[in-house]
Write a protein that binds this ligand. Structure first.
Ligand code: PLP
Length: 430
């Protein structure tokens, strides 16, 4: 399979190049040249397959030309090492819990797939993954790449600017995960990483790559849990709708990929907080990036959603079709807090603020559409947003054992001044 850039359909590269480069040189996003179709016999029998078996079918259809049967099995088993249960919250409304991985957020799926695929594609060489993080990306990437042979992760984060729990999730692992505590802010970390990618001497000496969220190897595997959720829904004649809490729009784009591959999903709800560039676009306002606003669902505080052009590409550039299939709604923090409380009081189900936004979007859609079976994605464990959740319910959230264990780990970091030359020296000495 070749991958093209959303900025230039004629610029095509191999899987290896798409994964190692991440972003196309023209700043476009890589997309698979064809969207493979899953045979109808597979779609009809999904409910008889395990999560892993669904993974072999779907990943085989996309990567079958590039990877061996054994590699596909290994990749899927490594990625789907934990469940994504579908839980009924109320009549016709289900949630897909994507937070049972090592860092308790859905980004674990993409990070695990990406790390394993990179290690398969580079073989002999050692690859260094550079990550600047303001918190969550660092933990998902660090844990996804932990102990994967041939890959080393170097995380730069701003000293004192990430929560203790976040910091512990990427500084206590050790092994092939190195954490650099930078005396600066997130933008300084990002600048140092960017400079490293541009530095000739460094790039001659070592293979540097990024594992950011637009990488195809992080994006594509997210389609797997849409197939799985669909397979576990009751079979009836109702329309199946997924509501996705969206920030950079990678997750929802992966759902659309599943639909384009033949999964009978009738539509999507793009649910956002007040960072509502895409809901506005879907209602007819021209697409325009804006500065991001801070909210309680902060992993979605994105003013320039980087996967937007993937959505368009998946519908062959047909904006009318995109607007027909995807509806967008946005919600403020007060509404989000209210619904968290309502759902806990009425159904006993505790949502994190991101899942709550998706629930709201689904409810709004269902008000004007009947005969719908709705799934909203729960992208993080409520314990990850403990302050908000505890303030809403006036009750302690019990941290899952895995999170609590991170807090007991010992922080291992190297301190770095806010200076590219110091970072370069560190890399050269590695
Ligand atoms: C990253 C993230 C999102 C947004 O996902 P996108 O793919 O960027 O749209 C939603 N919820 C949580 C908890 C996240 O970490």
């Amino acid at each position: 399979m070749k991958f093209y850039s959303t900025n230039n359909k004629d610029h095509k590269v191999s899987l290896k190049e798409a994964v190692i480069k991440g972003l196309a040189p023209d700043q476009g996003l890589y997309m698979p040249e064809q969207i493979p179709q899953l045979p109808a016999s597979v779609i009809e029998n999904l409910s008889k397959l395990s999560f892993q078996e669904i993974g072999y079918e779907v990943i085989g259809a996309i990567f079958g030309e590039d990877l061996s049967h054994d590699e596909i099995t290994e990749l899927v088993d490594h990625t789907l090492a934990f469940d994504a249960p579908l839980v009924e919250v109320e009549k016709d409304i289900y949630t897909l819990e994507l937070f049972h991985g090592p860092t308790l957020a859905f980004k674990d799926f993409g990070a695990r797939f990406c790390s394993k695929l990179m290690s398969m594609l580079v073989e002999e060489e050692k690859v260094r993954v550079l990550v600047a993080t303001s918190g969550d990306t660092g933990s998902a990437v660090a844990n996804g790449f932990y102990k994967v042979p041939g890959v080393e992760v170097i995380i730069l984060y701003p000293s004192g600017k990430v929560s203790v729990l976040q910091e512990k999730q990427f500084t206590t692992l050790g092994e092939n995960v190195k954490a650099l505590e930078v005396d600066g802010v997130f933008d300084d970390c990002q600048r140092m990483v960017k400079e490293a990618f541009l530095d000739r001497e460094l790039n001659e000496k070592m293979l540097l790559t990024s594992a950011n969220s637009i990488n195809v190897a992080r994006w594509i595997p997210q389609c797997l849990y849409y197939f799985y959720a669909y397979s576990r829904l009751p079979k009836n004649s109702k329309k199946v709708i997924f509501s996705v809490p969206s920030g950079n729009f990678g997750n929802i784009a992966a759902g659309i990929l599943a639909e384009r591959m033949g999964l009978p999903i009738d539509g999507f709800v793009a649910s956002t907080n007040v960072n509502k560039v895409v809901p506005d676009y879907l209602k007819g306002v021209p697409f325009r990036a804006r500065p991001s606003l801070q909210t309680i669902s902060n992993s979605m505080d994105v003013g320039n959603p980087s996967n937007f052009y993937r959505l368009l590409a998946l519908y062959g550039g047909d904006e009318d079709l995109l607007k027909e299939k995807v509806k967008g709604y946005f919600f403020d923090d007060a509404t989000t807090r209210e619904v968290m409380k309502e759902v806990k009081d009425a159904q006993g189900y505790v949502m994190d603020p991101h899942g709550a936004v998706a629930y709201l979007g689904l409810k709004e859609y269902m008000e004007s559409n009947s005969d719908v079976l709705g799934v909203f994605l729960e992208t993080a464990h409520p314990g990850k947003f403990r302050d908000v959740v505890e303030a809403v319910h006036q009750e302690e959230v019990i941290l899952p054992k895995r999170l609590a264990e991170f807090l007991e780990g010992k922080k291992k970091v190297e301190k770095l001044p806010n200076d590219f030359m110091a970072f370069k020296k560190y890399l050269m000495a590695e």
